[in-house]
Design a protein around this ligand. Structure first.
Ligand SMILES: [Zn+2]
Length: 56
């Protein structure tokens, strides 16, 4: 079973972040933006693999 993790440090402690520009709004159709609470890096997860926003 797939578990969403930070691609940089493998932490599962991350949360959804707001969209900063048009590119992210376009990407949001397929991808959801997150920021890792452990290493602080931003990354994207495919929407079907990402936890629901507000629950991560
Ligand atoms: Zn991380």
């Amino acid at each position: 079973m797939f578990i969403a993790r930070c691609p940089h440090c493998r932490s599962v402690d991350f949360r959804g972040v707001g969209l900063r520009n048009w590119l992210e709004r376009m990407a949001r159709v397929l991808l959801a933006p997150y920021r890792c609470s452990l290493c602080g890096r931003h990354f994207f997860l495919f929407r079907w693999a990402a936890p629901a926003e507000g629950t991560a």
